[in-house]
Design a protein around this ligand. Structure first.
Ligand code: COS
Length: 384
């Protein structure tokens, strides 16, 4: 049978995340939206509340949250500020490869410090010429004695400028295509790692997005994740695991847009009536609410599949694409319902609209999600 009720623990987790959002995120969201400084104070509070380490298994000192727990929390945090959410959840994306594919020694050595003090990790896949074509990375790791030498660069790296640890995907066999990619753990203080420019983004301005360069960085063999050639599959499985959370962020942003628009539509009087009584506004609100509910169900289903070890690629891609498209369309409608006020920085909906756009692009564009869904359909049929 199917049930949609949250367990007592999940309801408490949701309440705690909602309170954190209200108290620690919403009041400072517009300040950090200026994008001039990294939100260290909010991140320290997020660390203290366990949000930066929620994906680390309990045996290494983390929160050990399930995927379903994670999407419940993600929706709440992103409803408060998608940029702050991105800074918090980037740790999960970067640490999943170690959690899922690391040896016991690697997990102890690299996960445990994250639970002792606030620190950040970054997932380094994208390059200037390898975005949607993730298999096309040209950063190279060449065998040298007992280890590797890493040379190349990565771009659009979330938390790249503040991270202590990187998971870097590099080519170890140029002629083997996606089977020539290997994943490595690289501390940012390793000689040869340098920072490029910090990007000046339209939205998610509270998060740090940076270029990184690797110039002859020596990596010992024990810092390779999995076997040589497994890197692409590690990256894809990591993205399968992370995409429901991005979908949840889409739900959070779409929900915030709906709640702002609903409040405004009930208060704003034109032609002697609240604008919520006009069918044009009412139908917009109805579609926005329907999208939030449908998106959340997809997100929860894909998270449930992850928790039950069912291959989630198709549903995770559906959740990510549908929910973040809902965030985009819902925030555009919210701006429209608020009219001139919606376009002004004094009201929160223009920020939601800017933030929604990146959700459609990062962790795989929504075109890539549709590619994943259509390939799965062609290969395996609908399964309905
Ligand atoms: N789980 C396990 N294995 C997977 C997989 C998954 N989700 N997806 C692909 N693979 C495997 C395939 O089975 C295939 O294995 P074989 O070599 O044994 O046949 C291999 O990986 C190559 O897969 P595929 O042929 O599908 O690779 P493509 O180069 O065609 O790329 C897309 C596929 C476009 C889906 C991939 O490059 C992608 O996801 N791009 C977007 C990357 C992204 O999200 N970037 C965001 C930045 S990181 S935040």
């Amino acid at each position: 049978m199917i049930g949609f009720e949250l367990s007592e623990e999940q309801a408490a987790l949701k309440e705690m995340a909602r309170e954190f959002t209200k108290k620690e995120m919403i009041p400072v969201a517009s300040k950090y939206d200026e994008g001039k400084e990294f939100p260290w104070d909010v991140m320290q509070k997020a660390f203290d509340a366990g949000f930066l380490t929620s994906s680390i298994p309990a045996e290494y000192g983390g929160g050990g949250l399930s995927s379903l727990d994670t999407v419940i929390v993600s929706e709440e945090l992103a409803a408060g500020c998608a940029g702050l959410f991105t800074s918090m959840m980037a740790n999960s994306l970067a640490l999943y490869p170690i959690i899922s594919f690391g040896t016991e020694e690697q997990k102890k050595k690299y996960l445990t410090p994250f639970t002792k003090e606030m620190r950040f990790a970054a997932f380094c896949l994208t390059e200037r010429e390898a975005g949607s074509d993730a298999g096309g990375v040209t950063t190279e790791a060449v065998r040298d004695g007992g280890g590797y030498v890493l040379t190349g660069s990565k771009c659009f790296i979330t938390n790249g400028g503040v991270a202590k640890l990187l998971v870097v995907f590099a080519n170890t066999a140029k002629d083997r295509g996606t089977r020539g990619m290997t994943a490595f753990i690289v501390p940012t203080d390793a000689p040869g790692v340098t920072l490029g420019k910090k990007e000046d983004k339209m939205g998610h301005r509270a998060s740090d997005t940076t270029e990184l360069f690797f110039d002859g960085v020596r990596i010992p063999e024990e810092d390779r994740l999995g076997k040589e050639g497994m890197g692409f599959v590690i990256a894809m499985k990591t993205l399968d695991k992370a995409r429901p959370s991005v979908g949840a962020a889409g739900v959070g942003v779409a929900r915030a847009a709906l709640e702002n628009a609903l409040k405004y539509a009930k208060e704003r009087v034109q032609f002697g009536k609240p604008i919520s009584s006009f069918q044009n506004t009412g139908f917009k609100l109805a579609d926005m609410a329907t999208n939030v509910t449908a998106a959340r169900l997809l997100v929860w289903q894909s998270a449930w599949m992850l928790d039950n070890n069912i291959k989630p690629s198709r549903e995770a891609a559906m959740a990510k694409a549908f929910a973040t498209d809902a965030a985009m369309s819902g925030t555009v409608e919210a701006v429209e319902i608020l009219g001139g006020y919606g376009y002004m920085r004094d009201y929160p909906v223009e920020k939601l609209m800017r933030d929604a756009k990146l959700l459609q692009i990062y962790e795989g564009t929504n075109e890539v999600q549709r590619l994943v869904i259509s390939r799965e359909l062609v290969k395996n049929g609908t399964g309905y």
